[in-house]
Design a binder for this molecule. Structure first.
Ligand code: URA
Length: 184
């Protein structure tokens, strides 16, 4: 297992998959590296690739706003990163080999943060963190416990823009996250 600096450097120079060829910036992660909550998304979008920070685009801003309303702040209460550290062109879903190439970095981040709770944002993060048997529409909002981590998935914030009806469930799930946060 690498420590933060070495891990960051390793990711910065990574060319294990094609995404490394096309990035502007590698998007490592952000927030409190000692936080109780770790949010995991899919992969950077255009804004994230440009700025080198996760969840700063439209979806990210929605998430940040919702979490702020629950008094959860990025620099204090959570760490946030993605399964893939580099942007897939046109924001396509990362291919399995791309996600698999990047997963050791994510596992290393989880091992360093040692969060009490892991919240997967959307189906892709859910698949790679929880497993292929989980379905976002069926299993979101439900905690599982694995290796001492409380893990749950919620809708990806970008999904709310595509389907407004998901907004209520997204919000309900975030309140479940906050409840657990207060209980641990
Ligand atoms: N979507 C993600 O899954 N991650 C980001 O960092 C931005 C958008």
């Amino acid at each position: 297992m690498l420590q933060w600096r070495e891990l960051y450097e390793e990711c910065s120079k990574c060319h294990k998959c094609i995404l490394g060829e096309n990035r502007t910036n590698m998007v490592f992660g952000d927030g409190n590296p000692k936080a109780k909550i770790m949010f995991i998304g899919e992969a950077p979008g255009a804004d994230e690739d440009r700025l080198g920070l996760p969840f700063v685009g439209r979806g990210g801003q929605l998430l940040t706003k919702a979490l702020t309303a629950l008094d959860l702040q990025r620099n204090r209460d959570y760490y946030i990163c993605n399964v893939c550290k580099c942007r897939p062109e046109n924001n396509r879903t990362p291919r399995e080999e791309e996600a698999e190439a990047c997963l050791p970095y994510l596992r290393n981040q989880v091992a360093l943060v040692k969060p009490k709770m892991i919240v997967c944002l959307g189906a892709t993060a859910m698949t790679y963190v929880m497993g292929k048997d989980f379905k976002i529409t069926r299993d979101r909002g439900k905690w599982i416990e694995r290796k001492g981590y409380h893990i749950m998935a919620i809708f990806h914030p970008a999904a709310i823009f595509r389907d407004e009806s998901k907004k209520v469930l997204f919000w309900e799930d975030l309140k479940i996250v906050k409840q657990k946060y207060l209980s641990l």
